[in-house]
Design a binder for this molecule. Structure first.
Ligand SMILES: [Zn+2]
Length: 74
């Protein structure tokens, strides 16, 4: 399931995944401007994540991010 709020992000450990980045914030994440603190579904740890522009990624990285979506974990 995807929506226009789906955003590719990278955590502080370098993991790529897709998350919902709602304009008005989310109860499951702490907003820190363009960054936020949330659970990383790849490494199963809490981390600072930040938005990644999809065109800066390789096709392999985009596919990895698209496969991992935090709504399937939380
Ligand atoms: Zn991570």
């Amino acid at each position: 399931m995807s929506s226009r709020f789906d955003t590719i992000v990278r955590c502080s450990a370098g993991h790529l995944f897709t998350t919902k980045w709602m304009p008005l914030g989310s109860f499951k994440a702490i907003r820190l401007g363009r960054r936020r603190y949330q659970r990383c579904p790849v490494g199963h740890h809490w981390a600072i994540v930040r938005k990644v522009a999809p065109d800066t990624l390789t096709p392999e990285e985009r596919e990895t991010a698209a496969r991992t979506h935090d709504t399937s974990v939380i």
